[in-house]
Design a protein around this ligand. Sequence first.
Ligand SMILES: [Zn+2]
Ligand SMILES: [Zn+2]
Length: 198
Amino acid sequence: MNADQLELKSCLEKARGFHGDLCAGIVLGTRMAILGLKAIGIEDPCGKDRKNIVVYTEIDRCATDAILAVTGCHPGKRTMKILDYGKMAATFINLATGKAVRIVARDKQADPKKEYSPDMAGQEPNTERYTSVPAEDLFEVREVEVDMRPEDMPGRPLRVVACSVCGEGILDMREIVKDGRTLCKPCAEGRTYWREKK
Ligand SMILES: [Zn+2]
Ligand SMILES: [Zn+2]
């Protein structure tokens, strides 16, 4: 085994330990994380570089668990933003240098014309293949710019206000001001994901 294979093996172990099994999504997420960290020049994400990295993932599935386990970024530290786009993609940002890359998983060997193959969504048969296919046949890496807002950065909340309708507190400038009133998102939109039990 060469150094790259050893690194992949130990990262896969870490991801499997966190997620519970070694599925295709874990393999893709692990490889994306290794690739992303290298591309933005982060060597020690869980150690000395841990305050310099933020990841945006675009899927609420297995791959995100792998990215969390390998990069050490997680939502509670505000170093991982989970965007529910249903896409096998993630953006890795080095806060110290500003360098950022967006990586999209794209199975070029399966069907070069396809933008996205549904078989990448985490089915078992591809686990083996995704481990061995060269990265350039599996991922598209593009350097990007991400304008992170101050209210999205790790650290203490910038502001806490109360919603004028439900009275609940709102952190980090997520409030919406409508007709001079400060509202939380659900009150402003007039809908919640839950409803009162009758
Ligand atoms: Zn899984
Ligand atoms: Zn409210």
